[in-house]
Design a protein around this ligand. Structure first.
Ligand SMILES: Cc1cc2nc3c(=O)[nH]c(=O)nc-3n(C[C@H](O)[C@H](O)[C@H](O)COP(=O)(O)O)c2cc1C
Length: 118
């Protein structure tokens, strides 16, 4: 293992050197079990004050993906239509409403964001 980077070389390749943007997709269905396993992994990513603003909407049925397409830029439409599952990744702009539960050590945290314009 490279003594300066504490991630093994195979994982370095997977995450950085060999990682490519996917532009074509197989028609194999993505299972709910796979999605839940992925979410269970990414939900551990750190967020400021444990605010956890990440939200994900999944469009899987042909009707749901069809509804989405008009909102995509033209260059992304065909490949989005061909994907077996589309995940829309977003941030909740009302994330601060949950701070009393997520950051109970800082009771004023929610109020700090209340007047912010989005
Ligand atoms: C801010 C940003 C916006 C991007 N938008 C699109 C997009 O609309 N459609 C798309 O297919 N790829 C998009 N990409 C992916 C880039 O085209 C891709 O990361 C780049 O070509 C490098 O390719 P690689 O990931 O295969 O190395 C975007 C990347 C970034 C960072």
């Amino acid at each position: 293992m490279d003594s300066l980077v504490h991630i093994d070389p195979d994982t370095q390749d997977l995450l950085f050197r060999a990682a490519r943007t996917a532009n074509t997709f197989s028609s194999d269905p993505v299972t709910e079990e796979q999605v839940r396993a992925l979410y269970d992994l990414i939900r551990w990513a750190p967020t400021s004050m444990n605010a956890q603003p990440f939200r994900m909407v999944l469009a899987q049925s042909p009707a749901a993906r069809e509804r989405l397409l008009p909102y995509m830029s033209e260059g992304n439409r065909a490949k989005t239509a061909s994907a077996p599952l589309v995940a829309i990744l977003a941030a909740d702009i009302n994330f601060h409403e949950h701070l009393p539960q997520l950051a109970p050590y800082n009771p004023k945290a929610k109020d700090n964001f209340a007047d912010d314009e989005m």
